[in-house]
Design a protein around this ligand. Structure first.
Ligand SMILES: Nc1ncnc2c1ncn2[C@@H]1O[C@H](COP(=O)(O)OP(=O)(O)OP(=O)(O)O)[C@@H](O)[C@H]1O
Ligand SMILES: O=C(O)[C@@H](O)C(=O)CO
Length: 414
């Protein structure tokens, strides 16, 4: 294994695996830390954790354990994947985990770059944009678990970190890999170890990738990984043959992101949907069993969702508690996934990083093979001979995502 990756959530890990696979790396996504060595042909191992919004000390401990396993596989470079919208709480966990990994690896210059131009995320003057809006005006300010209220990534990171935060501005990035390398070294010499790097275009990320050759640790969204495979002499190639699965597809969404809500609205035009409110969940009016029974009896691509507008989520959190309602929905969806697969469902679509993490863990899926890209950042995945799935990050995907994803999981639209 050449590149060892640690993802702070499951959809984000599949986003990174998708990028590396498209760039030609033989990539496998692991659910948590594997207990056995990886086969020798795996070039990039992505250990997916669910550490984005847990206490920082737990996130550090799990990330260091993942690092240890990846080191034992012989990796030459390590990558910490977090969200392209820098999702984190006031306590972390991006800064604390990045610093702990840097300590463990003796890394003195660590790139911090959540840019992902393919999905509209760019960084200019240390500020993160989602398309043409600043992060804190993009809808992310209302995120149920990690509301992002400050677009200045340098300031957000500094508040979570022990050390000073550096910056490589766009002017330097546009000058290319050598200029970026020099600037990274200068920031490191000045004692600024975590260094936010501006990036607007894929070309900037390819230059950044070249500048990262030889650095022990790189951190970012999936975009900052774009140029890393080339450092290992690996070039883009077409992905392996995807055969898909016959049978029924069920979609589950606990994602309250703007993009998911638009996708649900579009899906409703042609398919049946079942909305589950926090009240229905806590009252027991809807259970995982009744929701599963509904899905199994419904034609098309049935979608069960708790996704709701920010005001509805805020009211549920006020009544039932933020983490209690999040946990209850996550366990609800995980149980539906277990019941569905036990009933012979072969295709699952899940929306939302936390939701997808709970489902993948609930199904005890140990590793995922990367298939074709459905939309930027979302690959089709094969979990076993009888189960394929796609884990969609909240704000990813086109409005027709659910129907398109179901088709691709079925082996159509190739
Ligand atoms: N109606 C609701 N009321 C309160 N909490 C909810 C509701 N629906 C979902 N949740 C919780 O909100 C959280 C949504 O986070 P999740 O990561 O799944 O989606 P997302 O934030 O859109 O995706 P991503 O993290 O990929 O951007 C989950 O913990 C989920 O259980
Ligand atoms: O980087 C992203 O935006 C996604 O891969 C993700 O992590 C969202 O949860």
């Amino acid at each position: 294994m050449k590149l060892g990756c640690i993802g702070d959530d499951f959809t984000g890990s599949s986003d990174l695996a998708n990028t590396l696979a498209k760039q030609g790396m033989r990539s496998v996504q692991y659910t948590g830390i594997p207990t056995r060595p990886a086969p020798p042909d795996v070039e990039a191992g992505i250990v997916a954790l669910k550490t984005r919004s847990i206490p920082a000390a737990d996130a550090i401990a799990q990330s260091l354990a993942a690092l240890e396993w990846l080191r034992a596989q012989g990796c030459e470079q390590f990558y910490f994947k977090y969200c392209s919208t820098f999702d984190s709480t006031a306590d972390g966990n991006i800064g604390p985990v990045a610093e702990a990994l840097a300590d463990a690896l003796d890394a003195t210059a660590v790139v911090v770059c959540p840019a992902f131009p393919g999905t509209g995320r760019s960084i200019y003057q240390g500020h993160l944009f989602v398309n043409d809006t600043l992060l804190n005006e993009s809808g992310m300010e209302n995120h149920p678990l990690t509301p992002m209220k400050d677009p200045d990534i340098r300031r957000v990171l500094a508040a979570q970190s022990k050390g000073a935060v550096g910056h490589v501005p766009a002017g330097t990035v546009l000058a290319g890999a050598d200029a970026i390398s020099t600037a990274l070294a200068a920031e490191a010499t000045a004692g600024r170890r975590l260094i936010v790097v501006d990036a607007l275009r894929d070309e900037d990320l390819l230059q950044l990738g070249a500048a990262c050759k030889g650095l022990a640790l790189v951190t970012g969204g999936s975009g900052a990984a774009l140029g890393l495979p080339a450092n290992f002499g690996i070039s883009p190639q077409s992905t392996s043959i995807w055969t898909g699965e016959a049978g029924k597809c069920v979609a589950l969404s606990g994602s309250c992101s703007v993009a998911t809500r638009a996708q649900i609205a579009q899906h409703k035009l042609r398919h049946s949907t079942l909305e589950v409110s926090a009240k229905a969940l806590f009252d027991g009016t809807v259970t995982a069993q009744t929701a599963t029974d509904w899905a199994l009896a419904t034609e098309g691509v049935p979608l069960i969702y708790s996704s709701a507008e920010p005001e509805i989520v805020a009211a549920a959190q006020a009544e039932y508690g933020r983490s209690r309602s999040a946990d209850a929905f996550e366990q609800f969806f995980a149980e539906i996934a277990r019941l569905c697969t036990a009933a012979g469902i072969t295709k699952l679509l899940t929306a939302g990083g936390e939701t997808s993490g709970a489902i993948v863990e609930g199904l005890s899926l140990s590793q995922l093979q990367i298939g074709p890209e459905i939309d930027p950042g979302v690959p089709a995945l094969r979990a076993s001979d009888t189960l394929v799935l796609a884990l969609k990050s909240g704000n990813f995907g086109a409005p027709d995502y659910f129907e398109k994803a179901a088709d691709i999981l079925a082996g159509q639209h190739q």
